[in-house]
Write a protein that binds this ligand. Structure first.
Ligand code: ZN
Length: 282
């Protein structure tokens, strides 16, 4: 699940690799991946790629007057390859063949096709519904007063921090790391945070995501591996000792994800009920 640090390092590496390259042809083997049809994808043929940048958890591949906006969702990956994909490569979704023989390839793993791409006139990217509604980036963090306004809402922090319209870039993995660093419960309401807690959360967002990005700058070479070397400390490590206090990490399971926390430091010693179960019993 690529989040701000993973998408940012992907954008930086791809930018370095493709800026200045010319597109020979473009095609979309993933029939449902392209969400736009006008301009057609092959309008990219002959265009020079000017760069790759991150917008929230999305990527934009800029090519002069056109821009390919890409959302990787959970299983998509955008990477550059020295050789063209086999036509039998069932993970291939969108292929930009460069005239130096390389290929910028959007792939998606697993059975679901959820990753998407839109080819837009460059000036329309900022007006796209997913881009225009993005909140400010979680890292670098906004000034404390502005951050406080963003998060003081009557919603659980776990949902609030992952809402891209509130604050952009955080998903299911890094939210656990941020809340653990800030020593806050995932189910505390943003509107119930006192000043010290807002300050801890603000600092944690900036520090955790910044450290992840620094880590990737050190360990990622020319290309981001399909499986990011995520420096996680608590996410999905329920049952293991908390790296800070040694208490056993606990988790709440949702339909298709998990939130892990330290009961001793985040929930006043309470182990939270499994919410799937409590919903059934209610
Ligand atoms: Zn702990």
């Amino acid at each position: 699940m690529p989040e701000l640090p993973e998408v940012e390092i992907t954008a930086r590496r791809l930018h370095r690799a493709v800026a200045g390259a010319r597109v020979e042809s473009a095609l979309a083997p993933g029939v449902v991946t392209m969400k736009t049809f006008d301009p057609p994808l092959d309008a990219l043929a002959g265009a020079t790629l000017t760069g790759v940048r991150r917008l929230g958890k999305m990527l934009a591949v800029d090519a002069g007057e056109l821009s390919l906006l890409v959302h990787l969702m959970s299983a998509g990956r955008l990477a550059i390859f020295d050789k063209r994909a086999s036509l039998r490569d069932r993970s291939a979704r969108v292929l930009l063949r460069l005239d130096d023989g390389r290929e910028l390839r959007l792939r998606e793993f697993g059975t679901q096709q959820r990753a998407w791409a839109k080819l837009l006139p460059a000036g329309e990217v900022e007006r796209d519904e997913y881009v225009a509604t993005l909140g400010p980036d979680a890292h670098p963090a906004r000034p404390l007063a502005e951050f406080a306004q963003l998060v003081r809402r009557p919603r659980h922090l776990h949902a609030l921090l992952r809402d891209q319209r509130v604050i952009a870039g955080i998903g299911r993995s890094w939210v656990d790391e941020i809340l653990w660093t800030a020593e806050l419960s995932a189910f505390k309401n943003g509107s119930d945070l006192d000043d010290a807690e807002v300050a801890r959360l603000h600092d944690a967002c900036d520090r955790v995501l910044g450290a992840a990005l620094e880590h990737y700058e050190e360990v990622v070479g020319d290309t981001m591996p399909d499986k990011a070397p995520m420096p996680l400390q608590v996410h999905a490590r329920q049952g293991q000792p908390c790296p800070r206090c040694g208490a056993t990490l606990a988790a709440v399971f949702f339909k298709d994800y998990v939130t892990t926390y330290c009961p001793a430091e985040q929930t006043g010693g309470r182990v939270l009920k499994d919410r799937r179960l409590s919903r059934l019993l209610r």
